[in-house]
Design a protein around this ligand. Sequence first.
Ligand code: AMP
Ligand code: MG
Length: 272
Amino acid sequence: MAAHPADLHRIEPGAEVDLGAHDPADTSAAPGDKAATREALDELTHRLADLQARLWAEAERRVLVVLQGMDTSGKGGTVKHVFGAVNPAGLRVVSFKAPSASELERDYLWRVHANVPAAGEIGVFDRSHYEDVLAVRVQRLVSEERWRRRYEHIKAFEHLLADEGTAVVKVLLHLSADEQKARLQARLDDPTKHWKFRLGDLDSRERWDEYQIAFAETVERTTAHQAPWHIVPANKKWYRNWAVASILVGVLERMDPQWPEPPDEIDGISVT
Ligand code: AMP
Ligand code: MG
């Protein structure tokens, strides 16, 4: 168990990453059973809302949460359950799809940089620039020489964000192939979930092993002190939500945003 909640499932720079050694069904760090963990989540979401209010009032720093994972790993569910209590005014959720023609005319970081959070905001990326070394690699959209260079661009980009006051927190929602099968089937069986299903999801599933290799290498090469990856077991939604909330509350508590000092001009003033 990590010493500090911000370090839960955190991958250290230089560590070798073997996804096979991470159990997607692991719940051993949970504070109790499913019911108790849900209660703990409820408390964490309110702490997160309070910390975000202070981050907003301080109006200097920002947090960027990057969510990656296979289809059905729960990127959308994490946004809903972890950030549901945060004031939407201070939250910026951006979901990255396959790039448009106009986006493809620029470098791959252009659309990403344009969507980073502003002062006081928590930004959440549902997929991100990491697709440019994941989907792009597995689908062979650019040459290996070209996507390999991107690890260095990405590290430098995130270093820039961190140096300029953005805490970058990256989360890989780690799902098993069996659990994905069940979730994709549920999307086919339930009319209220049909909209989430895309035929392309089956193509990605067929390349499961290639994606796992790409994820492992990506995490290994891009985890950094100022922008760490966390490999969060995602088979159990209740555990996934609690773990991500716990990490974020930990990160924000470390940042310790402060209510600003009252300006001098309100000293001794009252409303008549
Ligand atoms: P979803 O998140 O399920 O709505 O799907 C979005 C799709 O866009 C996924 O299949 C991603 O792999 C794909 N995608 C996102 N960013 C990129 C990118 N930079 N290059 C290629 N495909 C991408
Ligand atoms: Mg999808």
